[in-house]
Design a protein around this ligand. Structure first.
Ligand SMILES: *[C@@H]1O[C@H](CO)[C@@H](O)[C@H](O)[C@H]1NC(C)=O
Ligand SMILES: *[C@@H]1O[C@H](CO)[C@@H](O)[C@H](O)[C@H]1NC(C)=O
Ligand SMILES: *[C@@H]1O[C@H](CO)[C@@H](O)[C@H](O)[C@H]1NC(C)=O
Ligand SMILES: *[C@@H]1O[C@H](CO)[C@@H](O)[C@H](O)[C@H]1NC(C)=O
Length: 263
């Protein structure tokens, strides 16, 4: 009979002490202003909407139209969304399509057209600096697979691209944040695998002297997705309420303990 009583008293005292401690430890809770920074929200998954990006830059409407009509946009978006490798896309401006010589893309079968569009992307993210390294390798595979490869040459910072049938260069960086790189190119990339066989070759133009104009240096516009989400802490008052609830239950328990002791 002695032991439970002592136990009751000591537990009652303990509870009283702990509730008193909880009271002093609980913050004074400023009613409105809370300047303490809340922990940063979990980083949103890096999602780059390719359609969105291409519809505001450029103009790239012709290329975007082909991307959508061939459904290649889904392949590219899926690569951007779901792979560690990422993607690098070379996008010709509308003027590059309108300046294509006569046997144009309209003569192609839908399969060939799809191949041409797939040919404009590499299944890996490459920053502009990476092309220096890439120019060491002959034949970089594209999304079109097989013989549809591209060769790169880095000429003092200007990236030249050869499709075997056409040569062009990167004229600006639209987006270059891992995992998505989008570079504007001066001409449509025509794969030799299609154009080298089906279409009679035009006489090769005399190679122009390679002078890289400084004004043409690619400007890297890394899109700063500044995600500022000012989030006030609405849980502060509720956590305080939980603390005071804890105090009340402790007080009730202590009173109950004392009552048991004196009965
Ligand atoms: C991507 O952007 C396009 C054009 O702005 C929009 O129509 C489409 O709904 C967006 N897709 C997603 C999944 O947000
Ligand atoms: C890419 O991710 C966005 C956002 O999570 C989603 O809406 C879209 O359907 C995804 N598209 C593909 C092709 O995976
Ligand atoms: C260049 O490429 C080789 C393989 O092709 C790779 O081992 C090396 O790390 C690359 N260097 C840079 C600086 O990316
Ligand atoms: C790429 O370079 C290799 C080796 O120099 C050459 O054999 C190949 O034909 C070139 N391919 C293209 C598409 O220019």
């Amino acid at each position: 009979m002695e032991f439970p009583l002592v136990f009751m008293v000591s537990s009652a005292l303990l509870l009283l002490c702990s509730s008193a401690f909880a009271k002093t430890a609980s913050p004074p809770s400023p009613p409105s202003v809370s300047l303490t920074p809340t922990p940063a929200p979990a980083p949103a998954p890096d999602y780059v909407n390719l359609t969105d990006l291409l519809s505001v830059a450029g103009p790239f409407h012709t290329f975007l139209g082909y991307l959508e009509s061939t459904k290649v946009i889904d392949t590219f978006q899926n690569q951007a969304n779901n792979t560690e490798e990422g993607i690098t896309i070379f996008v010709p401006k509308d003027s590059a399509f309108s300046s294509l010589k006569k046997p144009s893309l309209s003569k192609l079968t839908s399969d060939q057209l799809k191949q041409v569009i797939l040919f404009h992307a590499l299944p890996h993210f490459y920053s502009l600096a990476d092309f220096k390294n890439l120019s060491q390798t002959s034949s970089t595979p594209t999304f079109a697979g097989g013989d549809y490869t591209l060769n790169f040459t880095d000429n003092s910072g200007t990236v030249h691209i050869s499709s075997g049938w056409s040569k062009t260069k990167v004229s600006s960086a639209v987006h270059a944040t891992d995992p998505v790189a989008i570079y504007q190119v001066d001409k449509v990339l025509l794969p030799e695998a299609i154009f080298g066989t089906d279409i009679p070759p035009t006489p090769a133009p005399a190679p122009a002297p390679e002078i890289a104009p400084a004004a043409d240096a690619p400007t890297e516009k890394s899109s700063a997705d500044s995600k500022v989400s000012p989030q006030s802490s609405p849980d502060r008052s509720s956590s305080f309420r939980i603390i005071s609830l804890g105090i009340w239950s402790n007080v009730v328990l202590a009173i109950f303990g004392l009552m048991v002791m004196f009965l």
